[in-house]
Design a protein around this ligand. Sequence first.
Ligand SMILES: [Zn+2]
Length: 1015
Amino acid sequence: MVFAIGFRRFSWEFGKRANFSTRYLVCQMMDMTKTEFPKRVIQSIEKSKNDKREYRGLILQNHMKVMLISDPDTDKAAASLDVNVGFESDPHDLPGLAHFCEHMLFLGTEKYPKEDEYSKFISQHAGSSNAYTDCDHTNYHFDVGHEHLEGALDRFSQFFTCPLFDASCVDREVKAVNSEHEKNVMSDAWRLQMLDRATSDPDHVYAKFGTGNIETLDSCPKGKGQNVRDELLKFHSRYYSANIMGLSVIGRESLDELEKMVTGMFSEAVNKEVQVPSYDASPYRKEDMAKRCISVPVKDIRLLVLSFPIPDLFNYYDSKPEHYISHLIGHEGCGSLLSELKNKGWVNWLVAGPSGGSRGFDFMSIQVDLTATGIDHVDDIIMIMLQYIKLLREEGPKEWIFNELRDVAALSFDFKDKEKPITYVTKLSSNINWYPMEKVLTGSVLMKENNPEMIKTVLDKLTPDNMKIAVLSQAYKGKTDKTEKWYGTEYSLMPIENSLLERWRNAPLNQNLRLPDINEFIPTKLDVKELSENNPDRPRLVKNDGYSMVWFRQDDTFKLPKACVFMDFYSPFAYVDPHHCNMLHMFVDLFEDALNEYSYNATIAGLAYELENTRNGMMLYISGYEDRQAVMLDKILAKITDFKIDPQRFTVLKELYQRSLQNFAVEQPYHHSMYYSTVLRSEVAWTKREKYDALPKLTVDNLNKFIPMLLSQLHVEMLCFGNLTKDDALKVENAVMGTLRKKSSTRFLLPSQIVHPRNVELPHGSAYVYKQKHEFREISAVHVFFQIGMQNLRENVLLDVMAQIISEPFFNVLRTKEQLGYIVHSGVKCSNDTQGLRFLVQSDKSPEYLEARVEAYVDHISETLADMDITEFDKHKNALKTKKLEKPKKLKSQAVRYWGEILSKQYMFGREEIEAEEISAITKDDVIKFYNDYLNRKGAKRAKLTTYIIGKHIDDCPSEIDTAKHNSLLQEGLLQCPELQPSVLIEDISKFKCDLPLFPRLEPYIDLSQATIAD
Ligand SMILES: [Zn+2]
């Protein structure tokens, strides 16, 4: 696999950057004196031939670079501003300052001093906002209903012209940064990244700790008599300069209107003529290399990472030599490096590509997981990696491989699905700071000219003397002698013996390794089929016999040569007990593993498949270019119905599965709280523990018996959507059912054999609490679920309106004001035809305290509703409608919506329009009644299920809230918790479920007997 998204940094296609020299800009700028006019307008933006949107580049008087996009069809408007400075520019003694600045910037401006003005405006107009700090840039972005671009952009622009950095928010935001860091402390990905920084040149910017915490931003500066806000102001006034800002805006407005809006709002940002810093030396010194860094991960994972320092290749973006090399090293076809390592039984996956670099330096990294035997063969694995690199050197750069990559990139650009507006502008604004304006869309994607010399230059850097080796395994526990400062990772650095280095230097060629075959999957038929006359506007059945149901619709919106074919194979044997669950899981893993060498080229060429084990059986997804889908499907069916288990791969994948079950215990507490809440509410749900205990029965023999049984009785339901005709859909059905009948003698199921899972019904007036201790994490979590009951149109939208009204203030009160922790969430939760409202908090406070805070907020909602005027209420309704009516941007997203209706058996295709219309009829009184029935502590229909995940350091916590005590200890100004009825503690999950009735299943929304398409 080639790095898709680099760690904390975007991959090659997303945007490396580099010093897009200001000189280049200055010399082309026209001399204009009036500040409201841009200095330069760039009309000739390279774009895809199928892209109907209009683009215009601007360089403002203050040298800010802007990309405008006018799209009359967009339902959301969006904007993103990228400042070309990140945590690598933090002062040495103040780690985390750039990140802290990102947090503080959003809280109030001279024009809009109220700190929640921006987030409230965005939330009330169907939008969302976020920001992130990377090593060399910081990005701010939002989206909003298209009519409200001007209002949102005006609020947003103030952050870059007159931020307040309100002193009263400092302590609180330091805490926010600290809880963000605490969330990451136990993440192996974050630890690994920091460990690499910590074992490099300590004087290099690469060695910095970017997130910051309470120590770096509070106690340390205070100890030195530093005021962190003063330092923040200095940092901001030094770096936040218009000449290193890139802005991208998309809206329905014309380019002229957008230009007027942007020049008016952003011309005030000051140009301080900041020179973007660049670092020419590599962070790896000679003494850092030819060493082995062993470390102990949190989870039971085993990894080997090689990283080679390479030059910054940004200036070669037209040829992308690093992509050529990562394509080959990361290839998974026959004769590939991965193929050889898997045949040896040493690894399961491999990722290669540039990662972790910044302006002036970069790294090429190869990452593999290690199997139980692989960990004993680290040196041999490195030898094979070096043998493959030697092969690449000996073979020399091949023009046909470059041409293949160039063609695939061009195709994917020309037939690209639209991204969400917010994703699109975020990507473009960061590209603006690196590519010439004309190439902001294409520079990171297209490969134009082959550069064999640069490929050779980079390959020459991939040598044993120029690499760092990191190995992670819990086997190193107690065998290390160092601790990394910020994350506490235990590690040791060991020199590599000269004799081993010498052997690696002289790596011989390996006969099993070779270059990949020509990719047969690159599509050639790219025409869009003519629309058939009676194409339905919603999916309709083209077949419905005892064996299968086939839903079909030809796409008439996206008009791309792509299609989605989704299938659900229902089997009564899938979920019989934890053992059957395990067998199905193993079958799917082994299948994907066995087909990988074949399917990898298809994935590269833009045709993907996925087989997934589900509660009901299996799901098969095929998506991408339609051209070769039939070939792919035939291969999959042939392999499923004639599957041979490879015992060696079975052993390796079983061990991997076993660790994944065990590793669940280490996941974040809020994951656990959601998980247990789902288990408690489902009629039958096998837990990770139960599956783990059933593992001894998982053998090759048992699996060999299971697979034919699984396929012997099935019901298949499928969706064919995209560049397909009705005949194509019937052909798919024919291929599937024909193969199953012929090769697996599949029989159909009686309707009564198709049983769908149901949820338990909590009695009205009940309150339950379930407690579970977390064995690994100090932090706790609470999940409070209010059951609303069966889904129906009116209550669906009432619940949606309720959730819309409280989501922003809940976050604002519990996270921003009370600083309970980084994870604070409220929202609708639907499952198995039922629905409810959930509140989720993860914090270092104890669960019963957190539940009291949630209840205090829930109590406060009645006031919020009473105080709300009709204008504000309507704003919420409109925001919700806008969100519902937001059109899917991709063919696959539309397919996924249809598929959701098929899987739930509700078949309410076009649900969004139906519900949006229902919203109009909702009054404020309806919502107040809904609140009084379901949420109010005295509500007649209130039914609550709370899940406590108790942090490791807390022995136990009460399952009751002592309201009087809680309120007496509260800080002034916080909401009081009301008197609550006592909760029932759930001691035994199965007993709890046995005692409760089940909700019935919903009737389908449409009449299935009338849903067959007319001929
Ligand atoms: Zn943050």
